[in-house]
Design a protein around this ligand. Structure first.
Ligand SMILES: Nc1nc2c(ncn2[C@@H]2O[C@H](COP(=O)(O)OP(=O)(O)OP(=O)(O)O)[C@@H](O)[C@H]2O)c(=O)[nH]1
Ligand SMILES: [Mg+2]
Length: 179
């Protein structure tokens, strides 16, 4: 989830099909793709829902898609501070509609398009809100289990975002099975 144009579809396409498209085709309502993973000997079929950008409000359609989710990836664009602030807001809204066994579902923050700031950063010209230290504080404050600066375009850390989220989802499932 995340604002429109932050790169949600691009992240899923990179992760599932290892491909990238420079053009923006707005997602209508929702798409989903599946990906098989093996994590620590566990065969996992991830069902990944790619929801419509939510600039205006947390639309009813997203609310219903979220209800059965066991984890969520919130995406922002590193060049757009509003999209980061909104990601914090969407997280609160997701917490209100979905809980697993009385607890919030694990959510990871992916700050996308990091390729666009790497040059600036090497010259020390990066904005504070684009830097990892700030983002880590932001993630802690908003209750994300982790934050990554990623690039769907350059394939930076995309797989790591999904592994972290999936591991946390798996831990929750296994803990629940033991109880
Ligand atoms: N430079 C750069 N551009 C990116 C990256 N990821 C996506 N883009 C571009 O950003 C634009 C929007 O990407 P989408 O993946 O369609 O964004 P979205 O969040 O799915 O958009 P909606 O479906 O409308 O909500 C496209 O032109 C992409 O090529 C990235 O990592 N780096
Ligand atoms: Mg899309």
């Amino acid at each position: 989830m995340g604002n429109s144009c932050v790169g949600k579809t691009s992240i899923v396409n990179r992760f599932v099909g290892d491909k990238f498209d420079h053009t923006h085709k707005a997602t209508i309502a929702a798409d989903f793709q599946t990906k098989h993973l093996n994590l620590h000997g566990n065969d996992i079929r991830l069902q990944i829902w790619d929801l419509v950008g939510m600039d205006t409000n947390f639309a009813a359609i997203n609310r219903s898609f979220c209800r059965n989710a066991s984890g969520a990836l919130l995406v922002s664009d590193i060049t757009d501070m509003c999209s980061l602030e909104d990601a914090g807001r969407w997280k609160e809204q997701v917490d209100q509609v979905v809980a697993m066994h009385g607890e919030p579902i694990p959510m990871v923050l992916a700050v996308n398009k990091v390729d666009l700031v790497l040059d600036k950063e090497s010259k020390g010209e990066c904005e504070k809100y684009q830097q990892m230290e700030f983002l880590q504080q932001f993630a802690i404050q908003h209750g994300f289990i982790g934050v990554f600066r990623v690039s769907a375009k350059e394939n930076i850390d995309v797989a790591n975002v999904f592994s972290m989220l999936t591991k946390e989802m798996l831990i929750k499932e296994l803990r629940e099975m033991e109880n």
